[in-house]
Write a protein that binds this ligand. Structure first.
Ligand code: ZN
Length: 411
């Protein structure tokens, strides 16, 4: 997926605006000697931007439009150090609402829906983004915010909410409460729009089954408008990304080079029309891939896969980028295995090898099992691991996922 001429023109326009404003990134671009980009190759040479830079710009260093045009700020709470402050113009706020309304449309939500919004309102971009999208679409917003489960459920019944917007963990909590209280027949929910966390297929199925609703994953981050920059359609073949507002790349997080469509890597986003705080090649550290080809829905908006975690989790083996979640997905397809596993990566005879230890009961053929798993990993990731099947209870029990991957190459 190469950048189009139109997108290049938009990037040049944003570069001009940044340099003219002399904002944090304007200065950086000028120091780096960046002028206009004329081709995809030029574009791919532009310096990346990072969350740590955004913190350095605290409080208002990112502001690229004149003060009188800024109508709002949002902030992402950093777990360490200063927060990031993102200024928005009226057009940015409106563009974001347009993107969000499009997300709802892709999820089949209409003016006749009543949308129950549980994400928080405030400095964070969540609640207000969900709300603005509902209003832009013309549906009815029920701005609950988080917490107070009793009130949530009462309103859900009394208002006849048809759509639930929530994080996956809160959706699950509500689903369990509905089940526990035996009020399922009073709940009118048909769809869930679930944002912001990485969530496993198991959790997804539970929410889906307990509430009996269709689920849609919404993507976004505060630095780039907020949630609402992409969503899956009813065919559920990845999340469509609004490339009339954003240009999305996938890079190898180690080399920084762009990877081919279909290959996994880090999502990098460039805002094409943002005024308050344009970002060029912003590294999200989210892992995904571009899904090649066209979606059965016929939409030309490009698609990315479900976010598979953070770049910090990634391993490079035999030149292939791998992350624990991919292996876990393969193992989950074998009901004979316990939930415990261990991955060991080592460098033997000049080659990287991956050994996967799995557990099962004694009544199945270990060799046969080992071969089946190795074949499945090969077809999913592209190389053959050594799979060691051991008796149930042999592997160490650990709460932490990180303990499951042991890289012996750099010991
Ligand atoms: Zn589609």
């Amino acid at each position: 997926m190469k950048i189009s001429d139109k997108q290049l023109a938009q990037v040049n326009d944003r570069i001009d605006a940044l340099i003219k404003a002399g904002s944090f990134y304007g200065k950086k671009l000028r120091e780096a000697g960046v002028g206009h980009v004329d081709s995809a190759e030029d574009f791919e040479k532009l310096p990346f931007s990072e969350k740590s830079d955004l913190r350095d710009a605290y409080p208002l260093g990112l502001m690229t439009a004149p003060q009188e045009e800024i109508v709002r700020i949002h902030s992402s709470s950093g777990t360490t150090g200063l927060p990031v402050i993102i200024p928005y113009t009226a057009k940015d706020v409106d563009d974001w609402a347009t993107m969000f309304a499009r997300c709802y449309e892709f999820a089949g939500i209409t003016k006749n829906d009543r949308v129950h919004i549980t994400p928080g309102y405030g400095l964070w971009t969540a609640g207000i983004g969900f709300q603005a999208g509902v209003e832009k679409l013309g549906a009815m917003a029920i701005p609950m915010g988080p917490g107070n489960t009793d009130k949530q459920l009462q309103f859900m019944m009394d208002m006849g909410s048809t759509v639930l917007c929530a994080t996956s963990s809160y959706a699950l909590l509500l689903a369990e409460e509905i089940e526990k209280r035996g009020i399922k027949d009073k709940i009118k929910l048909k769809k869930g729009v679930i944002g912001s966390e990485r969530w496993g297929e198991k959790m997804r199925q539970r929410i889906k089954n307990e509430l009996g609703i269709e689920l849609y994953d919404i993507y976004g981050l505060t630095e780039i408008y907020g949630p609402g920059i992409g969503i899956n359609c009813k065919y559920d073949t990845g999340m469509h990304i609004w490339d009339d507002y954003l240009y999305l790349e996938i890079i190898d997080p180690v080399t920084g080079k762009n990877v081919s469509d279909g290959e996994w890597g880090e999502i990098v986003i460039t805002t094409l029309v943002k005024e308050g705080a344009p970002l060029i090649r912003y590294r999200t550290h989210d892992l995904s891939r571009i899904i090649p080809g066209e979606c059965p829905c016929g939409s030309k908006f490009p698609r990315i896969d479900v976010i598979q975690g953070r770049t910090d989790d990634m391993m490079k083996i035999k030149g292939v980028n791998v992350f624990p979640n991919q292996i876990e997905e393969v193992l989950k397809a074998f009901p004979e295995l316990s939930s415990e596993y261990q991955i060991r990566i080592s460098h033997l005879d000049g080659r990287d090898t991956m050994r996967i230890y799995v557990e099962t009961t004694g009544d199945i053929d270990f060799n046969d099992m080992s071969k089946k798993i190795a074949d499945k990993v090969k077809s999913k990731i592209g190389f053959t691991p050594i799979v060691k099947v051991v008796e149930l209870g042999v592997l160490p029990r650990s709460e932490k996922k990180s303990k499951r991957v042991i890289d012996e190459r750099y010991d």
